[in-house]
Design a protein around this ligand. Sequence first.
Ligand code: UD1
Ligand code: UDP
Length: 366
Amino acid sequence: MQFKVLSVVGTRPNFIKIAPLVKETKKRKEIRHVLVHTGQHYDKAMSKLFFDDLEIPKPDVNLGVGSSSDVTQTAKIMMKFEKVLMKEKPNLVIVVGDVNSTFAAAITARKCGIKVAHVESGLRSFDLSMPEETNRILTDHISDFLFTTEESANKNLINEGIDKNNIYFVGNVMIDTLLKHKEKAQKSPILKKLNLKKGNYAALTLHRPSNVDDEDSLKYILSILDAIQRKIKIIFPMHPRTLKNIKKFNLFQNLKNQKNLIITEPLGYLDFLSLMSNSKFIMTDSGGIQEETTVLGIPCITLRNNTERPVTVEQGTNLLVSTDKSKIIQTANKIINGIDVKGKIPKLWDGKAAERIVNILVSRLG
Ligand code: UD1
Ligand code: UDP
């Protein structure tokens, strides 16, 4: 029997996660697929570039919600998405990750009586000050299919009383995308463009509200970078949230004084993958990058006090060193001086997660 699936994306990491799922659904004659973009991210460098690099078809619907407070953004998505659901009447809504678009779409589908599949379910930082943690918990508790990436997620869901028959340990769709594009990324001109050589620079991303929304926290992180850029060139593709705050707090001069800290626009997927793959190490507060560096075998200094992705620390190359200045500088120095950071690839991060997900959906709904 044919069934209709509607997938929802809104932000940069969502596009990367949905790409292999869209491809798999297109292969199956049992599935009619509709793609909805909420418009949470809208700059070319945060949205269109990823559709181009990853050959994701143009969304069938764009809700165009744009930026606002977390509450307003969630509410706007719900109101606009309800209308789409009334028109499209899908059998299932797929949401990925932990952003406002994820939760807003899931709760709307649930309230309209439509089944929900959550991809990347069960991750927990146990830190409710992160907006994503609320999105994760609430989305999981209203989903019918919970697709997980690592064993810790299965445990978290069971501990929260979720029916184990609804939990499917399938692997990691973000890694499906990475493995598919790794070779192609090596053709990216980004190293040449930025005058870099393999292993002679570090890459940095920063966008968590806890690091960039508060003036003192942001200044503190910049002071850490200042110390590290004296030892190694740092490439910093700057997230728009961070750019907004650097402007708001008048910190551009501080950055200009750091001669070895190179700021760029946010990069497209292939350029950023090339930048990561050829770097000495990464510093980040991103969720997805902790996973990607584990698969690439690149040391990752995570500029946070916790992670919802413990497998990257236990098995991978993720060094969760907190946001303490001396610890971060010490760790960076050790890597610059050549300590080996070794890891292994977590179970089922093999490029086949999307195929497993779609097989399960077809067997349960088809
Ligand atoms: C969102 C997610 C976060 C995810 C990140 C991925 C939530 C609560 N947060 O954070 O989990 O890690 O995306 O990158 O959903 N802006 C632009 N252009 C854009 C998009 C945003 O200028 O295309 C600016 C706006 O000033 C906006 C700010 O960035 O207010 C923050 O954007 P928003 O989508 O609210 O949160 P992110 O920090 O991007
Ligand atoms: N990324 C990218 N260009 C950049 C920075 C990140 O393509 O300039 C990719 C990165 O490789 C990963 C994803 O964006 O696949 C992570 O997104 P982000 O850090 O914005 O969100 P999070 O994972 O923290 O939710």
